[in-house]
Design a protein around this ligand. Structure first.
Ligand code: AMP
Ligand code: TRP
Length: 347
């Protein structure tokens, strides 16, 4: 083991997560990610949240839209309750160590690992994979760098990111093994709560997504009270009443989805929601869900709109967050280069 590798085996409890500024925020992003980011702020962890603009451009982004979406995402984080003086909030491209470590990890990760990623397979399915960007293929190596350039120990995400986090552990383990060090932590995914996979309001077998062509399939964080109410009222359901137990929802994905959304918004378990609403028809349950959703979401969209009126203030927050982030990333990258054997600049 080299001298450079004589590093501590215990790591500061540190949370990192990221969201792509590739379109508007959905209720899936809010319940599966941002709301949980807010819940993890506190004395237990250092919390670091990133707008991953470098990931967004693995597929084409109109430059003006990318700028607007990055600011809007930042406004969404803050409106939902992320405190930028407590958490570190910034956009990825302002912290160059992400891309730098990403390159090293592109040399650690194997082609075969990348080719097995379901997100890569889904995004290229039925299309010409030869025409996909190289960045889209390498995406998970940059994601591993996002996390490990902080030595982050915990990563809250939705269910769809599970495989990428397993790959992050594989990259950390291979780096540690190849260089004979104990330098990168094996990060814990945090995939918890009632809504780690929010489904489309039109089709219970599809994930709610900002890229779905139908706007009725999702609730956007910028939707006003009327839009939220209309989308929930029109959400696909079935003619049966709500059952007595969760087991009764097994073959009813649309019903299950609305129960999960209710539970996550109300900070309750899905079991609790079922026992409180057992026997109700959707004609009764949907209005209760509309009231709850409007109560929780409308103040966030109002606050987002207010913050978006002052883009200079958002840019200031992102810049200040990036400066704080670099205090952590610069020494970790320097140490990584040292382990790899890169000659440093003279002191
Ligand atoms: P993305 O918008 O793809 O960058 O996703 C950002 C975060 O939101 C990730 O943690 C995702 O797992 C989470 N997420 C996105 N869509 C959903 C969904 N429909 N249900 C739950 N979590 C989601
Ligand atoms: N791949 C994630 C998504 O699409 C976004 C992401 C990039 C991320 N880097 C990350 C999430 C690091 C968690 C940690 O949702």
């Amino acid at each position: 083991m080299s001298e450079a590798g004589a590093t501590p085996t215990s790591f500061t409890p540190r949370v990192f997560s990221g969201i792509q500024p590739s379109g508007g925020l959905t209720l899936g992003n809010y319940l599966g990610a941002i709301k949980r980011f807010v819940d993890m702020q506190g004395p237990e962890f250092e919390t670091i949240y990133c707008m991953v603009d470098l990931h967004a451009i693995t597929v084409w982004q109109d430059p003006e839209a990318l700028t607007r979406n990055t600011r809007e995402l930042c406004a969404g984080f803050i409106a939902a309750g992320i405190d930028p003086t407590q958490s570190i909030l910034f956009n990825q491209s302002q912290v160059p160590e992400h891309a730098q470590l990403g390159w090293l990890f592109s040399c650690v990760a194997r082609m075969g690992w990348m080719g097995r990623m379901t997100q890569w397979k889904d995004k290229t399915a039925g299309k010409n994979a030869e025409a996909a960007s190289l960045g889209l293929f390498a995406y998970p190596a940059l994601m591993a760098a996002d996390i490990l350039v902080y030595h982050a120990t915990h990563v809250p995400v939705g269910e769809d990111q599970k495989q990428h986090l397993e790959l992050t552990r594989d990259i950390a383990a291979k780096f540690n093994h190849d260089y004979g060090v104990d330098f990168f932590p094996l990060t814990e995914p945090v995939i918890e709560g009632a809504a780690t996979r929010v489904m489309s309001l039109r089709d219970g077998s599809k994930k709610m997504s900002k890229s779905d062509p139908s706007d009725m399939s999702r609730i956007n964080m910028t939707d006003d009270a009327d839009a939220i109410a209309k989308k929930i009222r029109k959400a696909k359901t079935d003619p049966e009443p709500l059952p007595e137990t969760l087991d009764g929802l097994k073959e009813r994905p649309e019903a299950r989805n609305l129960v999960n959304i209710y539970a996550a918004l109300a900070d309750q378990s899905a079991e609790q929601v079922i026992s409180d609403h057992a026997g109700q028809q959707f004609g009764q349950f949907k209005p209760a869900l509309v009231d709850l959703a409007v109560d929780r979401l409308a103040p966030i969209s109002t606050e987002m709109a207010r913050l978006m009126n002052d883009p200079a203030e958002i840019d200031r927050i992102l810049g200040a967050g990036a400066a704080r982030a670099r205090e952590i990333t610069a020494p970790i990258l320097r140490k990584t280069y040292d382990i790899v054997g890169m000659v440093p600049p003279p002191a």
